[in-house]
Design a protein around this ligand. Structure first.
Ligand code: SAH
Length: 553
């Protein structure tokens, strides 16, 4: 199954054709160069970066520009291992459709779909495909080729003039243009059974076997292989593992599914199961009459991923967080952060909430994930620093709902505001430091004062989050009074505002100069230690750092 493609255009002249192609893939979004095209779903600044980003994320690409531009832009990433998405170049007037990459990912099929919609012919260059009208090495979803290398030889033989018979049920080959001859020596054999492919045979396994796991244990993978073996079924015919929901968090079950690279689904009512093929000690093998679509069986284990976006700029988000966002079905978070989490697809559900409703949001996230959905909770910076990760764990800790405990919970780190601000300024956190939220919404102000006194006495560098707000106007001034009792007016201070976001500002000054009016909710305040120092940088401004070593007293 091919995932939703991205349609890339460079200028307004390609927009009409891009919209026509969108009719073939209603979920696909158009990415357009920001400086030249308006009214596209996904504006971008750099064509090459955008193209390579999509390629790396395995997103099928339809680029409405010269094939050469696409080839040049992707050249540096072509050697990277991993899957290869379909990549097509389409003439911006729709007169030519050229499949470039992703032969085994369905590029020719996409080229034909687009070409037929644009009423032109696709520039198919794959010889087997040209001749037979189908790629024998890429059977449709639900079928797996037993051996790719052997398959290549088989296709060459057919191109060389050999004829072929079909044994078994291959509905997609009925339309193909194969040199069929019922007396042929070469045979395309479709069967769920385990067998060693003969040299003159193309063996394709339909995924019509499911394994119902009654009792997972450490030996599950071996048991499964053994069961398939003794039932004479090919491992590649396995479509999915099935189990009762009580096993959802079972690690042996997860690991067997991962090793076998099959989906894991949970079924409440075993009457929904396909017919029994054979019974084994801890599992049952089930055999359907046609390939099984695991998505139609029961439900998956839900997943809740708590991520941090980093300070703002996309390049400072960790790739695992980006991937979680791309895979999410539901997103929860403060509206500003959900907007920062783009590009998102129209099918992804955004649950925007007020910044203060953290516990409610955490519970809502568990409810969605418990129903089998892939859910992402979005924080800025790092999710564990004055953000959603702790709220999510608080909601889970002691929760009565057994379904919540079964959810796959992941927490992915991000670049916190203190780290992002520090890096902009130099290395003010180069020695011991502490992070303090000046908000007294969730803790008494007296605790904050005590901590400030001790941190100041310990000569720690401090980073202040939530330094001031309309509802908390005086607290920062009071905090500065406490600091000034133990730090000199020359102590360096860094103010980072909207770091990594549009309009970012960075300012270096001294504790003596700092007034609360210079600071707002979007500012991160770093107060240096007695050792923090600065020197001019060539571009103007200063480098600020705290040396790694502390003088012996
Ligand atoms: N989880 C976030 C912090 C949330 S608390 C993180 O790890 O960064 C919110 C506070 O973080 C704000 O009041 C501000 O002090 C700081 N902050 C968050 N993003 C910022 C940014 N891009 N620039 C400067 N300060 C930021």
């Amino acid at each position: 199954m091919t995932s939703t493609p991205a349609i890339l255009i460079l200028g307004p002249s390609a927009l009409a054709c891009a919209r026509r192609i969108q009719a073939c893939y209603p979920q696909a979004e158009i990415h357009g160069l920001r400086s030249r095209v308006e009214d596209v779903e996904q504006p971008y600044d750099d064509f090459g970066d955008t193209l390579r980003g999509l390629y790396r994320r395995n997103v099928p690409i339809i680029a409405l520009c010269a094939a050469g531009i696409v080839i040049r832009s992707l050249a540096t990433v072509l050697g990277e291992k991993g899957g290869e998405p379909p990549v097509l170049a389409v003439a911006e007037d729709g007169s030519a459709v050229v499949p470039l990459l992703g032969g085994l990912g369905g590029v020719n099929r996409m080229a034909r779909e687009i070409a037929s919609h644009l009423q032109v012919s696709a520039a198919i260059t794959t010889s087997g495909e040209l001749r037979f009208g189908t790629c024998l090495l890429e059977p449709p979803a639900g079928y797996v080729l037993a051996d790719l290398e052997q398959g290549k030889g088989f296709v060459s033989d057919l191109l060389g003039g050999e004829t072929v018979r079909i044994e078994g049920d291959a509905p997609w080959l009925e339309q193909a243009n194969l040199p069929v001859d019922n007396q042929a020596e070469r045979v395309i054999h479709i069967s769920p059974n385990r067998r060693v492919a003969r040299a003159d045979e193309l063996l394709i396994h339909p995924c019509q076997v499911a394994a119902w796991i009654e009792q997972p244990g450490p030996a599950l993978l071996d048991d499964l292989r053994q069961a398939l073996h003794s039932a004479a079924l090919a491992e590649q015919s396995l479509a999915c593992l099935l189990a009762a929901p009580e096993w959802m968090a079972n690690a042996d079950l997860q690991s067997a599914a991962t090793q076998l690279n099959v989906p894991l689904r949970f079924i409440d009512d075993s009457r929904q199961l396909p017919p029994l093929h054979s019974q084994h000690a801890t599992l049952r093998l089930l055999l359907a009459s046609a390939p099984l679509d695991a998505n139609q069986l029961g439900r998956p284990r839900g997943r809740l991923t708590v991520i941090g976006l980093g300070p703002g700029a996309a390049e400072f988000m960790v790739p695992a967080a980006r991937q979680a966002l791309d895979e999410a079905q539901d997103l929860l978070g403060y509206e500003t952060y959900i907007n920062m989490a783009g590009p998102l697809r129209p099918d992804q559900v955004r649950h925007c909430t007020d910044n203060r409703e953290e516990m409610q949001r955490a519970r809502h996230a568990f409810e969605l994930a418990a129903s089998g959905r892939r859910v992402v909770v979005v924080s800025s910076g790092d999710p564990g620093v004055f953000a959603m990760a702790a709220a999510v764990l608080e909601a889970l800790h002691g929760a009565d709902e057994v379904e919540w405990q079964r959810v796959e919970l992941q927490i992915f780190p991000g670049v916190s505001a203190a780290l992002a601000t520090a890096a902009k300024a130099g290395a003010p956190l180069g020695h011991d430091f502490c992070l303090i939220s000046l908000s007294d919404n969730l803790k008494p102000w007296s605790i904050i004062e005590t901590r400030l006194e001790h941190a100041a006495a310990a000569d720690l560098v401090m980073a202040f989050y939530n330094p001031i707000s309309k509802a908390r106007p005086w607290q920062l001034g009071r905090a500065l009074e406490i600091l000034r009792q133990q730090r000199t007016p020359e102590t360096l201070v860094v103010l980072g505002r909207d770091i990594g976001r549009p309009g970012e500002t960075l300012r270096t000054l001294t504790l003596g100069e700092l007034t609360p009016a210079m600071v707002d909710m979007r500012t991160l305040v770093i107060v240096g230690s007695s050792q923090t120092c600065r020197f001019p940088r060539a571009e103007g401004g200063d480098w600020v750092y705290t040396p790694r070593s502390y003088p012996q007293s």
